[in-house]
Structure formats: structure tokens, C-alpha cells
Write a protein that binds this ligand. Structure first.
Ligand code: IVH
Length: 668
């Protein structure tokens, strides 16, 4: 029988190992329940032998004693900051400056610059001792208890080589995942408290909490990238894998490149790819790879000569709001649009952007002639964030929504509880145009080459008024349009001919019913199975479908009740379009709920439509009700959540196999 001392040691080792698998490698080998059992056993033994409790025991990760204030601590090696580069030219001059000192440089390491808070972790003979913030670079604050609440920070290092025995400092960045940031802000908002401006501030707030039990609730994480003393490892390209080997979480997206061109293509790639990540990065840190050269290069006052921080171009710009126009959408929604003095933002010139709705304009007090800050976050479309009030001229003009539709002059209404004004004339030319554009778009009929200009010309000629008219277009009608040659005309006619056999869900999507996108269309097609059943659906029947709520059911009911809608369906059928019956109500995915995360090689809406077509339901967040999570590349925190809840995770290949099988069943 093992003694209690031996069992405690063994339990700590096991728990340490499973924490590492779970939090660092994202590859747990035991269930949460099994982990909890080990943990419980250790806690029991420690309760019986309080003298055997050590600070690095996994049971001790949350310090329970709030501090009065943080103690100060001197860094054994100063924590330098970095010089900035804002352009390719700046990067070239950084290289040139360094090469003037040490001659040709063979390699650089590019790393994402994590937008968090610098942290230094001290280890002695492989055991965690303390954690400190950067402070002024020489003296920082001791935040040991708080950092210990972060599960991926190892208490004991694995496989420590002799060179890293003694006292070492491991440096990196503490950050808050975007997903946790959102959750925390939602909660603060619900509690009527001021939300954090960005994940960086939220992370800084959490690290500087005097009560570690609060820090523990903030889902912080770390990426480590530096070892002091520097001389212990030969190159930065060796440091990063070594850190991972020791048990630290290391950002996987670093690259070793040999020259400026490699650096520049790394910058270009991450400028847009970074938006897919679940953490903020504000740039790229470029480091001379060889440590010998780093030491030779040394540093100037506060920053080393061997590294520079390239900052991504700002996602905000200031420009003048020249006018506000109004766009009419396919269901008649009037959207105010900002007409801007052209301005460069994150690499593209912005001339217009949405102003969402009248309330938003009033809330932000936006007036024509104002200087406005525009912002672009990720793949999100640019928008006006705020007015630069200090620069408001006396001539700035307040704006209000027109009382008649700018396209057809009909009355506009605003339904109770809605922010949008809508034109109620379904024959409104602007709506007609948007509906057609939607019908031929990729989500619906997917007729390539059928752009807005073509639709406008056909509308103007009176050759096209509805989706059904597509099927009576002739070669002559197309050739009659300016710029359309035989080749294009034939291509379009072939694409239209391909739509004469139309899947029910594709048709439903193409109809452009309010609130009905391709996912919902998939659910409807799977449920009804035929156009005939769908077009006579009652509100009750719609509401009984899993995944269809009141709003959607109402919108469909309203649409189906309109005479023009039923006529449109008759017209489509009269043109000989055959609707292929989609999978039956008992689709193979019936009753399943799916969540997608990361980048998929297939467009997301297609994956969603395929799931819907076979009776599945797509949701945006992982819960215990989730049946499957499909994880693409660079998956977000949803993956971790799925693992935690024990939800089945599929990669794209596995999903493709399930889908192929479902399609087989659908046909069989
Ligand atoms: S290296 C002496 N690498 O950026 C060189 N810094 O502006 C130490 N940062 O204080 C820094 N990600 O807080 C390095 N991959 C990375 C980084 C990184 C974020 C932060 C760090 C540093 C600041 C410099």
C-alpha cells in the first residue's frame, strides 16, 4: 500500500498531467468526472495532512485571500518594450539598421503580437515561484495568486533540461479570449454596470484584481514566448518549441523566415487572418532569430535592437459625413446610408457605410456635415462609431427618416417594437431589384455573372420583374443589353436552364421571404418535403417545427397569404420548373443541433443549409443540447466548450462523410 505522502505526490503528478493535456494541448484524455474524482481524493488527503500542502499543489490554484495592495518586485532581467514599425518601409529599415551592426542576418522569427498584458513567471528548479507584471520594466507588481488561477500556467515544469535549472524567468502575455470578453460584458451590461472597452482592458482589470476569486471567473489565458537568461537557448525558433515542451502554452502561428520578403508576406497574411482568432492581436513581433546576434545587437534604453513590433493599420478613421441617403431592401426596410468623404481604412477605401436605423442615428446624434469616426472590426462591415463633437460645425444638419419611400413614393411604416421603417408597396421597384438580386445570389439560385448592373438593365427594359421571369429570358433579350456578347448570354442561359430543376430549399431561399435564409429554408424543405405542402402551410403547422419561432412563422404566414406570392409560385411552375423534393420530414439529422466553429473550406451558409436540409438545426453557441460541433481550422472557444461538455466534435472530413451518408439515405 502506498503511504499517504506517496499517494499525494502521485495524485499531484496525475492532475498536473491532465491539466496540461486539457488546457495546453486541448487534448484531454480523461473526462471531467474522472478528473474531479482524482482532485477530490487529493483534497481529502490534504485535509487530513495539512502539513503536506504545498503552494504548487493543483488544489491550491485559487488563492482565497484578497490582498490589500500588490507588493512590488524587481525583475531580475529588465522587461523591455519594443520599438514600433508601421509600414513595410519601417520593417526594411529595422533590418538594415540591425545588419549595419552585425552583417547579414540569416533568419527572423515572426510572432503574433498578442494584445494583452506582459507577464513574467519565475521558476526555480522547475517549480513555479511567482508572477509579476511588467510595471515600469524594472519593478513590477506581484500577481502570483491571480496568475495561479489561470489553468494553463504550469506549477511544475516537464522535462527540464539542466541548462534551465536554477532560477529562470518565462515571459509572455496574459489575455482574455474574445468569447469570454463578450460574455463578461453581457453580464456587466445586464447588471447595469459599465462594460469593458476591449479584451485588453478586461484582462488588465482581471490581473490586477485584489481578490483572486474574481480573477478566477474571468477565463484568462496565456501565451509564453521568452526565456531569461537568453543565453540558455540558441535561437528564438528553438525557444518556442522548448517552451511547449516544458508545458507552456505557446501561440502556434509563429514562423521562421529568411528575409524581408518572408516577413512581409507573414504580415500580409495575418492582417486579415487575425480576425478569425479568438484573441486580439494588434501586430506582429519580428525578432532576429539567433540569440548570439540578439546579444551582439543589445538594446537602446527601453527597447532591444533585435526586435520590432509591426502594428497593423488602425481599424478606425475620421472622415466627413457628406450626406445620408436611404436604401430600400428586399422586404422594404429603409436603411440610412452614410455617404462619406473617401477615407482609407484597414487597407480599403470607404465611401459609404451603413447607419443601421433612425434610432441609432439619433442615439449617436449624427448630423450631415459632421466629422465622424468610422470603424471596421474583423469581417464586420464598417460603421460610424461616433461623432467628433469638438469638430462639429454650426452648419451640421440633423436628419430624419423620409415619410415616403425614396424609390416608389409609397407610405412608410414602423411596426410596434421594431426599429426599422418599411415601404409597404411590394411592387416597389427598389424592393423588386433587391429581391431579384437575392434570388440569383450565391445563397439562392447561384447564377454566376448575373450582377446588379444586369438586373438594373433588364428591369429598365421591362424584361424582368420577378424570379419567374428569369425562365422566360431569351438570347435576344440578353443580347439587346449593352456589353452582353453571345458568350455571356449563352453562359447565363445555361445557368438559368440548370435551375429548371430546383431543390425545394433553394427555391424557398430564393423567394426572399423575410427572416428566411438558407438555413431556415433547409428546415422548411425538410419538414414539408414538397412545394405544395409548403405553400399551404398554416401558422400552427409552422410553429410546430423545431427551430421555427413566432417571428419566422409570422413572416412566412404573411408571405404565403399574399396573392402576389402565390402567383409567383404558379408562374415559376408554369415555366416548367420542376421542384425536386428534398429529404423528408424524417431527415437523418432530425432532432440534432449543430454548432460550427473555425474556418471551413465550404462556405458556412452551405454547411448550414445542408444540415437544415436533412432535418438538423444550427445554433450559434455550444450547450448541453448541442449534438455535434464541426471544427474547422483555427477553431474558437466553442471547441473548448464542446470538449468540456463532452459534445461530439467532427472535423470537416467526418462531417462530409456523415453528409454523404445522409444524402444517400435521402435518395434511398
Ligand atoms: S517580445 C524584449 N513577443 O508587446 C522583447 N512581445 O510592445 C520582449 N507582446 O511588452 C517582447 N506579443 O507585452 C514579444 N510575441 C510577442 C509579443 C510581445 C505581445 C507585447 C509584450 C511587450 C510589448 C512590446
Amino acid at each position: 500500500m502506498a503511504t499517504d505522502t506517496e499517494e499525494i505526490a502521485s495524485l499531484r503528478e496525475q492532475l498536473q498531467h491532465h491539466l496540461y493535456l486539457y488546457h495546453v494541448l486541448d487534448r484531454p484524455e480523461i473526462s471531467d468526472a474522472e478528473y474531479d474524482a482524482l482532485y477530490q481524493r487529493l483534497a481529502e488527503l490534504e485535509a487530513a495532512h495539512p502539513e503536506l500542502i504545498t503552494q504548487d499543489s493543483p488544489t491550491q490554484h485559487v488563492g482565497h485571500v484578497p490582498l490589500e495592495k500588490f507588493e512590488k518586485v524587481s525583475h531580475q532581467y529588465p522587461m523591455l518594450s519594443l520599438d514600433n514599425a508601421f509600414s513595410a518601409d519601417d520593417v526594411q529599415s529595422f533590418i538594415a539598421r540591425a545588419e549595419r551592426r552585425v552583417g547579414h542576418i540569416e533568419g527572423f522569427v515572426c510572432e503574433l503580437k498578442i494584445d494583452g498584458l506582459a507577464i513574467s513567471l519565475t521558476y526555480e528548479d522547475g517549480r513555479f515561484v511567482r508572477a509579476a507584471t511588467r510595471g515600469n520594466g524594472f519593478v513590477g507588481e506581484l500577481v502570483t495568486q491571480n496568475i495561479l488561477t489561470i489553468p494553463s500556467v504550469p506549477r511544475v515544469l516537464r522535462n527540464v533540461p539542466d541548462t534551465l535549472r536554477g532560477v529562470i524567468e518565462i515571459r509572455g502575455e496574459v489575455y482574455m479570449p474574445k468569447s469570454s470578453f463578450q460574455q463578461i460584458n453581457e453580464k456587466l451590461d445586464e447588471e447595469g454596470k459599465q462594460p469593458y472597452a476591449n479584451p485588453r482592458n478586461a484582462a488588465a482589470g482581471a490581473v490586477r484584481q485584489l481578490d483572486p476569486s474574481i480573477t478566477a471567473q474571468r477565463s484568462l489565458d496565456v501565451f509564453m514566448y521568452h526565456i531569461e537568461p537568453v543565453s540558455t537557448v540558441g535561437s528564438q525558433a528553438a525557444v518556442l518549441p522548448l517552451l511547449a515542451e516544458l508545458g507552456f502554452r505557446v501561440n502556434p502561428h509563429w514562423e521562421r523566415v529568411e528575409e524581408a520578403a518572408g516577413i512581409l508576406s507573414y504580415l500580409e497574411k495575418w492582417q486579415s487572418a487575425r480576425h478569425e482568432l479568438d484573441y486580439d492581436t494588434d501586430g506582429v513581433v519580428i525578432k532576429v532569430d539567433e540569440k548570439r546576434l540578439q546579444e551582439e545587437l543589445g538594446s537602446v534604453s527601453h527597447s532591444p535592437r533585435w526586435a520590432t513590433a509591426y502594428k497593423f493599420p488602425p481599424l478606425e478613421a475620421v472622415t466627413t459625413l457628406e450626406d445620408i441617403t436611404v436604401q430600400v431592401g428586399r422586404i422594404g426596410t429603409l436603411t440610412p446610408v452614410a455617404e462619406l468623404a473617401p477615407v482609407l481604412l484597414a487597407g480599403s477605401t470607404i465611401r459609404r457605410c451603413t447607419l443601421h436605423n433612425e434610432d441609432d442615428i439619433q442615439r449617436k446624434d449624427i448630423r450631415i456635415g459632421d466629422r465622424v469616426v468610422i470603424h471596421k472590426a474583423g469581417d464586420v462591415i464598417p460603421e460610424v462609431v461616433r461623432v467628433v463633437l469638438e469638430e462639429r460645425a454650426g452648419t451640421a444638419v440633423p436628419w430624419s427618416m423620409p415619410t415616403a419611400c425614396p424609390s416608389c413614393g409609397s407610405r412608410v411604416i414602423r411596426e410596434a417594437g421594431e426599429v426599422a421603417w418599411r415601404c409597404i408597396n411590394t411592387a416597389c421597384p427598389a424592393q423588386q431589384r433587391e429581391r431579384l438580386q437575392h434570388a440569383v445570389s450565391r445563397q439562392a439560385l447561384n447564377i454566376e455573372g448575373f450582377g446588379p448592373a444586369m438586373i438594373d438593365r433588364l428591369l429598365a427594359k421591362g424584361s424582368l420583374a420577378s424570379l419567374a421571369d428569369l425562365f422566360s429570358l431569351t438570347r435576344e433579350m440578353l443580347l439587346d443589353l449593352p456589353g452582353v456578347k453571345e458568350k455571356l448570354a449563352d453562359k447565363l442561359l445555361r445557368a438559368i436552364a440548370d435551375c429548371r430543376e430546383l431543390r425545394l430549399d433553394v427555391l424557398i431561399t430564393a423567394l426572399g421571404i423575410r427572416h428566411v435564409g438558407s438555413t431556415t429554408a433547409g428546415v422548411l424543405a425538410a419538414h414539408f418535403g414538397s412545394l405544395d405542402r409548403f405553400r399551404h402551410a398554416s401558422r400552427e403547422e409552422l410553429l410546430a417545427i423545431d427551430g421555427i419561432g413566432e417571428t419566422v412563422a409570422d413572416a412566412i404566414e404573411t408571405w404565403l397569404k399574399e396573392e402576389a406570392s402565390q402567383k409567383l409560385l404558379d408562374d415559376v411552375l408554369a415555366h416548367g420548373v420542376r421542384i425536386t423534393e428534398a429529404a423528408t420530414a424524417a431527415g437523418p439529422f432530425l432532432g440534432t443541433t449543430w454548432v460550427l466553429t473555425g474556418t471551413l473550406s465550404m462556405p458556412r451558409h452551405e454547411v448550414e443549409a445542408a444540415i437544415g436540409r436533412h432535418g438538423g438545426h444550427v445554433s450559434s453557441s455550444v450547450s448541453r443540447k448541442t449534438t455535434y460541433v464541426i471544427a474547422g481550422s483555427a477553431p474558437g472557444s466553442k471547441l473548448a466548450q464542446a470538449e468540456k461538455l463532452g459534445v461530439t466534435i467532427l472535423d470537416e472530413a467526418a462531417f462530409a462523410r456523415m453528409l454523404a451518408e445522409a444524402e444517400q439515405q435521402g435518395r434511398g
